[in-house]
Every structure is written in C-alpha cells, then in structure tokens.
Design a binder for this molecule. Structure first.
Ligand code: HEC
Ligand code: HEC
Length: 231
C-alpha cells in the first residue's frame, strides 16, 4: 500500500467515525466521579461494584447505581428550575450539585431526624450512643449539625410525650455545652411534664445562674415557686 492510499484510508476511517458520532444522540456529560464520591462520602465501589461481587449480597431495592442515575437527572432538572426561577443564566445561577444535599453522606437526613428515628425504633439510650458515635466521626464536617440547637430542638419536640427521653437529650447537650442556659430550661420543661416541680426548679435556677438575662427562665422559676408556696 502506498503512502497516498494509506492516508486516504485513514481519512475515510476518521470520517466514518465522526459520522457515527453524529448519529448517536448527544450523551449528557457525566458529573465528575471524584466529586460524586466525595459528595456522598463513599468510594467508587459503592456504586460500581467490584468484579466478582456476589449478587446475593446486594441489598433489596434499587441498586446504588440506578438511584445515582436518577439523582443525576434530578440534579439537572433542579438546575434548570433554579435558572428559570432566579432569572439567571447557567454559569451565573448558583449551581445545585450532589454535595448541596448530600454533604458527605449517602442519606442526607438531618441529625435531629436521625436521632428521632433511632429513639422510636430502639429507644433513647441507643440514640444517645449514636449521637456520640456520629459526633466522633463527623464533627467539623458539614454532614451533621452538632451545634447547641440540634439536641435542644429534639428535646423540646418530644418533651410532652417522652419527658424522660427529652431530659436525656438535654443532659447530653449539657455535656458538650455545659453553659447552655436553654438546655437547663429544656430539662426543667420536661420535668414539669413529669410533675416533678422540685427538679424543674433546680434546673431553672441553674438556667438563670448561667444566663441572668434569660427572662423566660426567670419568669418560669417565679411561677413554679409561687405555685409551690400556694400548695
Ligand atoms: C454515587 C454513585 C457513584 C459513585 C460513588 C461513582 N460513580 Fe461512576 N458512575 C455513576 C453513574 C450513575 C454513572 C453513569 C452510568 C450510566 O450512565 O450508565 C457513572 C459512570 C462512570 C464512568 C463512565 C462509564 C460510562 O459508562 O461512561 C466511569 C469511568 C466511572 N463512573 C468511574 C467512577 C470512579 C473512578 C469513581 C470513584 C472515584 C466513581 N465512578 C464513583 C455513579 C457513581
Ligand atoms: C435535592 C437534594 C439531593 C440532591 C441534589 C442529590 N440527592 Fe441523592 N439523595 C437525596 C436524598 C434525600 C436521599 C435519601 C433518600 C432516602 O431516604 O433513601 C438521596 C439518596 C441518594 C442515593 C442512595 C443512597 C443510599 O444509600 O440509599 C444515592 C446513590 C444518591 N442519592 C446519589 C446522588 C448523586 C450522585 C447526586 C448528584 C448527581 C445526588 N444524589 C444529588 C437528595 C439529593
């Protein structure tokens, strides 16, 4: 084969390839896989099972890869909607990506909800253990909110129906935020649900001592004390 013919063959081949590419529906560019993995806090194998992985080990429900495919489509839709809603062009509008929701975990559930699920199914002691464990592993990362408010809100939310659990969560909060006047107030509130005014008063006194400006706690303390005097 002479050089001219060889060149012609190569050029024809290239033309055929680009013709084929043009025939195929334009494939959506995939998100960068390294960022996908770190957004979910997983390794590649979480979705791309290594060769030889047994099907019997696969969990019930859709595979991670098929969920991920739908999540990619959903994220694309979300970005189109964000652009439409904000009236900003792609590239100007703030972009939603896997990390916007996932923040380093496969199931991006708020910490308070995670703990409540555990409380309902396994009891508050298990949820307390879980909090300590998650705090050890995730503190300083964006996956979970370990600020003062999380356990406080959980305690307030359940005080009427589960006062003992509410006390456990507020006291757990005090381990990490020993100066939290609001946590003593939450302890006090839960004790009043148990009609244990003496313990409520002790907790409110601590709340006021820690934050003399906490007028709500001060008012509650006055009220409980005068209530006791009248009895
Ligand atoms: C959360 C799930 C998930 C994780 C984690 C993940 N991938 Fe993917 N990956 C996908 C999905 C979904 C596709 C698209 C598959 C499709 O469209 O058929 C894909 C496609 C790919 C492709 C292209 C294959 C093709 O058919 O074009 C490569 C290569 C790849 N991933 C490598 C990686 C590597 C390397 C890692 C680790 C750094 C990784 N992936 C982590 C879900 C994931
Ligand atoms: C708008 C928020 C949001 C965005 C954006 C998002 N996800 Fe999700 N994703 C969720 C929620 C919520 C769940 C948990 C559903 C559940 O309770 O099982 C989830 C679950 C998943 C799961 C299943 C996890 C498991 O262990 O069951 C995968 C895999 C996943 N997402 C991948 C992705 C990928 C990849 C992206 C980016 C392309 C992405 N997600 C973007 C909200 C989001």
């Amino acid at each position: 084969m002479n050089v001219k013919l060889l060149l012609k063959t190569i050029l024809m081949g290239a033309a055929a390839v680009s013709f084929l590419a043009a025939q195929q529906p334009a494939r959506e560019p995939l998100p960068d896989m390294q960022s996908v993995a770190s957004a979910l806090g997983v390794t590649c194998e979480y979705c791309h099972a290594p060769r030889g992985a047994s099907a019997a080990e696969a969990p019930a429900g859709p595979s991670h890869i098929s969920v991920a495919k739908q999540m990619i489509a959903m994220t694309k839709d979300l970005n189109a909607r964000v652009e439409a809603a904000s009236g900003k062009a792609a590239g100007v509008a703030t972009k939603v990506d896997c990390a916007t929701c996932h923040r380093g975990v496969p199931i991006p559930k708020p910490l308070g909800d995670v703990l409540w699920d555990t409380t309902r199914t396994q009891g508050a002691a298990a949820a307390v253990t879980q909090y300590r464990d998650l705090r050890t592993r995730f503190f300083g990362k964006s996956a979970y909110d370990f600020s003062e408010q999380t356990l406080l809100t959980l305690s307030q939310r359940i005080a009427n129906v589960r006062p003992d659990d509410a006390i456990a969560f507020a006291k757990l909060n005090l381990e990490f935020y020993p100066n939290s006047s609001a946590s003593y107030q939450a302890v006090a509130f839960a004790y009043t649900r148990k009609v244990d005014d003496a313990s409520a008063i002790t907790a409110l006194e601590k709340a006021v001592e820690l934050d003399p400006g906490n007028n709500v706690a001060r008012g509650q303390l006055e009220q409980l004390k005068s209530y006791q005097r009248r009895r």
